[in-house]
Design a protein around this ligand. Structure first.
Ligand code: MG
Length: 173
């Protein structure tokens, strides 16, 4: 063991990572909104939920909140509050970003993967990225959105629902 003074450990960090997950049921008679884009499902299905049920935006919001241990979106926009009925999730995203900024953090990037059997999401990915980037206040290249099927396995594969996983990286402002 050396007697030299140990290096001062780094006790603060200027980066934070968070992850988020969401799933909503596919049902008839509801719109299918992902990343703020209204899509057509070949079987006429949409996502059930109290708000617009945008799983992509919900997962991103939970990733942003998770990075700062601020709880989840249910804490800020409870599903039993009539105020959020049919809410545009992109507007809620703006509020979450405001919360993050008020605590002194900015968004470096977010990345998300949507898990949906149908419809084909690729033609809509760029529009989703742009819409989300606009509300976060970053460039579209700071927002990753990918889509995969679930190879007909599980609830997403049986088209019982669509899920999304997201991560967000924050930096101290
Ligand atoms: Mg949700």
């Amino acid at each position: 063991m050396s007697n030299s003074t140990p290096q001062t450990p780094v006790t603060t960090t200027s980066l934070r990572i968070g992850n988020g997950y969401d799933i909503h049921r596919l049902v008839p008679g509801r719109p299918l909104i992902l990343g703020g884009q209204q899509l057509e499902h070949p079987a006429g299905l949409g996502l059930d939920g109290h708000s617009d049920a945008d799983v992509l935006v919900h997962a991103i919001m939970d990733a942003l909140l998770g990075a700062l241990f601020l709880g989840d979106i249910g804490k800020y926009f409870p599903p039993d509050d009539p105020q959020w009925k049919g809410a545009d999730s992109l507007v809620l995203l703006e509020q979450v970003v405001a919360l993050v900024k008020a605590r002194g953090w900015g968004v470096v990037n977010v990345d998300a993967v949507l898990i949906a059997e149908r419809p084909k999401l690729k033609p809509h990915i760029e529009a989703m990225r742009s819409a989300i980037a606009l509300r976060i206040g970053v460039a579209p290249d700071q927002v990753g959105v990918k889509a995969t099927t679930n190879e007909k396995l599980g609830p997403e594969g049986r088209e019982e629902g669509i899920s999304c996983q997201a991560v967000a990286l924050l930096q101290a402002l």
